[in-house]
Write a protein that binds this ligand. Structure first.
Ligand code: ADP
Ligand code: 5GP
Length: 185
């Protein structure tokens, strides 16, 4: 389809640096759009409603599901995360590229729906020890959630080969440059 936008599926374990990288990417490529997900988890102090997520109740999430407003969703840990449908269809029609920060289940689902429009990038940590350090340093999780996120991370890392590209986030600048090169291909 001529002039059709791409869906850039951006995954990686919690704490690997996805949000930090996205801030760099959106600054360098202002035309890129960010699909802002809805989530039922609590907002972190550093997060902004409508920029990082729409923070909603489980009741609202269920209403949106019922009204077919969610393209895909998953339960990660104890909370639901979903991609609102409307903006995606609009941006694809307008021919703009959209970044979706989603977990590996979301990646599998969106790829099934839009296989010809997807580019998938998996962000890897230099090592599991570094990942653990970053997640700990960020200081946003309870001890219980921290352990759960590390367990999920080990499972997610096994799926990295399913993605079109893998980028190691060791030096932030280098990782951002690598992603920009992929997007400019
Ligand atoms: P994610 O969005 O993948 O959960 P974040 O972007 O919140 O991860 O990053 C987790 C922590 O790691 C943050 O404190 C961030 O500042 C730090 N971080 C991200 N990228 C790097 C990097 N390349 N080197 C060192 N620290 C990093
Ligand atoms: P966090 O709580 O760290 O912001 O996100 C937890 C996980 O949920 C991350 O792997 C993130 O990519 C994923 N995630 C965020 N939004 C969505 C979404 O809309 N759909 C899916 N499937 N996963 C999401």
């Amino acid at each position: 389809m001529a002039n059709c936008g791409r869906l850039i599926l951006f995954s990686g374990p919690s704490g690997v640096g996805k949000d930090t990288l996205l801030d760099v990417l959106f600054e360098k490529r202002p035309l890129l759009r960010h699909s802002v997900s809805v989530t039922t988890r609590n907002k972190r102090d550093s997060e902004v409603e409508g920029k990082d997520y729409y923070f909603i109740s489980v009741e609202k999430f269920n209403e949106m599901l019922k009204a077919d407003e969610i393209l895909e969703y998953n339960k990660y840990g104890k909370h639901f995360y979903g991609t609102p449908k409307k903006p995606i269809d609009k941006w694809l029609k307008e021919g703009v590229d959209v970044i979706l920060k989603i977990d590996v289940h979301g990646f599998e689902n969106v790829k099934k729906m839009y296989s010809d429009k997807c580019i998938s990038i998996f962000i890897l940590p230099p090592s599991l020890e570094v990942l653990e350090q970053r997640l700990r340093m960020r200081g946003t999780e309870t001890a219980e959630d921290f352990i759960k996120r590390m367990e999920i991370a080990v499972e997610e890392l096994k799926k990295c080969e399913e993605y079109d590209y893998r980028v190691i986030n060791d030096s932030l600048e280098k990782a951002a440059e690598e992603i920009l090169t992929i997007l400019d291909k």
